[in-house]
Design a protein around this ligand. Sequence first.
Ligand code: NAD
Length: 465
Amino acid sequence: MGRWEERSGGEVARHEEQRGRREGERPAAEKEKLGVLLVGAGGAVASTFMAGVELIRRGLGEPVGSISQLGRLWVEEQKEGGSGGSSRPIKELLPLAGMDKLVFGGWDIFGEDCYEAAVGAGVLSKEHLGVVRDALREVELYRGVFDGRFVSALRGDYTKEGEYGSLEEAVSLIREDIRSFRRKSGAKSLVMINCASTEAYVEGDEGVHASLEGFERALRERKSHPAIAPSMLYAYAAIQEGVPYANGTPSVGADAPALIELAEQRGVALCGKDFKSGQTFLKSALAPAIKARMLGMEGWFSTNILGNRDGLVLEEPQNFKSKEITKRSVLDAILEPELYCGLYGDLYHRVEINYYPPRGDAKEGWDNIDIFGWLGYPMQIKVNLLARDSILAAPMVLDLALFLELVQREEGRGGVQSWLSFYFKSPMVREGAAEHDLFVQLLMLREKLRALAGLEPLCEPRALR
Ligand SMILES: NC(=O)c1ccc[n+]([C@@H]2O[C@H](COP(=O)([O-])OP(=O)(O)OC[C@H]3O[C@@H](n4cnc5c(N)ncnc54)[C@H](O)[C@@H]3O)[C@@H](O)[C@H]2O)c1
C-alpha cells in the first residue's frame, strides 16, 4: 500500500472527493516538474539549497529544518464510540510538488557554475559537493541585471549591462530567461526565490512605487532609477510571467503597492521579506515567552559576526540599513508597548552586524536581554548562537517554493500570502500591521495548510495574542 493509499477515511478523503480526486490517486502536480528560479543562484543560500535537495534525493541527507518535509498536522477522525484523530505528515496531506521533481535555474552576476560557487561559499563539505558536482554544474545560470549603486561591495562581470537601453528592456530580458528556462527544463510550474545580495535601502518614491502606472512609466523612460532596484525588476518580471515570488532578502523586491497590485491582477502569489533564520528567529520566539509571563524588558542588544559575502555586502551602511529595518521591526510588534507601557514602554533595542572573514558562513550571534520581574527587580538573559546561516536558510527556500506553488495552483487568487509570515523577519502584508510573534505566525501557517488540505480549522491564530 503506497502512502497515498493510506489516506482513506476521515476528513482528508472527504476533501479529496470534493476536489474531484479519487481516493488514493496521486495528484498530478506531484508528477510534474517544478522549476525553482533563484536570484543569486551562485550565493551561499541558493547553492546550499540546491546541493541539499540533490543530496537528499540521492538518500545522502535528511531535509532537517523543512516543515513541508517533516511537519505534521492533526487530523480529526470520527470513530465508533467517539472522535479521535492522528498526526499526519504534511507532505501526505497536501499535493505538494515532490522533491524529486525540482529543477533549478537562476541568475547571478558572477559566471562561475553553481558547483564552483558552492565550493567557494564553503558551507558544505567537499565530499558532499563532489557527489552532486554534475547536477550543480548543469544548473542554468543567466546573466544578472545589476546596478552597482545598490550593491557597491560587488563588481560582477556576468551581467546584462550593455544589453538594454531602458529598465523595461531589462525586464524583457529577464522574462525571456524565464521563458527559456521553462522551455528547456520542461517544468510545468515555476517559482522565483530572491536569494541575492541585500541591496541598499531604497527611499519610498510615491510617483514610482504607489501605482502600476507610475512604476511602468519609470521603466519605460529610464535606464536606471534610484527608486527601482534590480530586485524589483526580477519581481516584476516574475509577476508578469505568472511566477509566484518569495523574497528571502531585505531588499524591496515585490514590496511596493504597484507590484502588489499587479500580482493581484495576475493571480500571482507573493511573500517576503528577509528569511527569519537565526538570531531574529530566536528573538521572535523568546520575546513572546517573556511577554507571556508579563515580565518587563528594558533592553535587547543583539550583535553578531559573520564572514561570508553577505557579511561583506552588509558592511556598507546603506545595505545594512535595509537589514537593520527588517531586524528591528520585530520587538515592538510582539511586545506592544502601546498596550503594556509599564513593561515595554522604555525598551532600548540595538542590532549590530560585523563582518569578520575568518568565520565564513558560520555566524556567531550574541544577545543580551535586560528583563525585570516582581517589583521591578532586574535580571539578564544571554543567548550565544553558533549557527550556520545557509544551513538554516536552505530548508526555508524549499518550503517557500513548495507552499507558494501549491497555493497559487489551488487558489489562483494571488497577492500577498501573509500566512507565510513565519519565514520572514519583515513579513509582507496587504494591509494592517505585520504579525511577528513566532507562535501566532506558526498557527497562521498551520491553519492555512489545514485549509489547503481540506481540514477543519482548529483555532483563530490571533487569539493567542
Ligand atoms: N543565510 C541566511 O540565514 C539569511 C537569512 C536572512 C536573509 N538572508 C539574505 O539572503 C541573501 C543571500 O544570502 P547569502 O548568504 O547566500 O549571500 P551571498 O552573498 O552568498 O549570495 C548572494 C548572491 O547574489 C548575487 N547577486 C548580487 N546581486 C545580484 C543581482 N542583481 N542579480 C543576480 N545575482 C546577484 C551575488 O553575486 C551572490 O552570488 C542575502 O540578501 C541575505 O541577507 C540570508
